[in-house]
Design a protein around this ligand. Sequence first.
Ligand SMILES: *Cc1c(COP(=O)(O)O)cnc(C)c1O
Length: 421
Amino acid sequence: MNFKNNIDYAKKLDAQDSLNIYREKFYIPKNQNGEERIYLCGNSLGLQPKSTREYTERIFKDWQMLGVDGHFNAKNPWVSYHEILSDKMARIVGAKPNEVVSMNSLTVNLHLMMVSFYRPTKRRNRILIEANAFPSDQYAVKSQIKFHGYDIDASLVELIPRKGESVVRIEDILKLIEDEGETIALVMIGGLNYYTGQVFDMQSITKQGHKKGCIVGFDLAHGVGNIPLQLHDWKVDFAVWCTYKYLNSGPGGIAGCFVHEKHKNNKSLPRFEGWWGHDKESRFLMGDKFIPIPGAEGWQLSNAPILSLAALHASLDIFVLVGMDKLQAKARNLTSYLEYLLNEIQLDQIQIITPSDKNERGSQLSIRVINCNKLLFNAISEKGVIIDWREPDIIRVSPVPLYNSYTDVYRFVEILKECLN
Ligand SMILES: *Cc1c(COP(=O)(O)O)cnc(C)c1O
């Protein structure tokens, strides 16, 4: 694609974009003068679909009119509300509906999955993770290692980029698993690293991990609703994600979980149990012997927060309407346009650390700003841009195909240039 560096060209791309109608379905934050801000932070918190209110209102209304009867008699009965979402979510992550469930929050789900899938032994007790994984993931895996009585220094293996490089090479990951896989119980990587924006080749990692007898799980907080995923076909053992980033379910929205169907009836897996994971037919007989629902639903603990499910429902309906293929096609083009404009700046001060290969990134570019500090970020923010800053020197910019425009990207780069000068 031969891009051009001017506003008319950006506007032309917007006019030609078949997804440009979706921006109107979201609330774009405004400044005090009522002007729309340039929101490039959907990787941190997705914007609010205008339909969220209607979906959640429905729950308030049902509760108001029906009280407890809403569990069975609401328009969408609360006992099975999460099931409506499984089909939609399954399409987004490339799974069968009974392999996914919406429940809890992300870090909680990660722990629940590790209870079942991190089964360290004397010979094989290590966990492989990226060196710069999201802190909560680091805390979660380290605390699991400690919980099982192992030593973090010995049992945590971190993927570190080569000297002078910002991202980890896939060949180095595969080699590490080849060489040390027999001591690794669990490979648990962020499928798209939150800091660098790098997408890992999950299919190859899973295959290599399995060859060496490891369990392989992914944190897809930044992958879900963003990059192509085929969790079932890749034979990933488990995955977890939050839904308030690219999936726009609102702050702290209910999270997601995938368990491959090969584990569906595995009675030898230990798990933490709760009544919502119990066989649906006999749940309300209130017996004391736990019978798990086959599939991901069997990991549920509590009855679900319906307001949160309803908010997610509103957003997933938009995803179903658009389709992931179209979204990803636009995402690639929008991110490439951002990359092109940044490369046009030709200042040594900025360096994109996210891979340039389109298969190795999603809707995010992480920009290292050299000899700059947070003052640069503050100056950009004052000009109406919402992006984020990660210490010590990274600006993360995320043009989201559902509601961002080529003009947003163009205007952001103009502001960045002004601030750099
Ligand atoms: C956003 C994010 C989290 C946040 O965890 P919560 O449990 O939702 O607070 C954790 N891990 C990764 C990789 C993330 O990107």
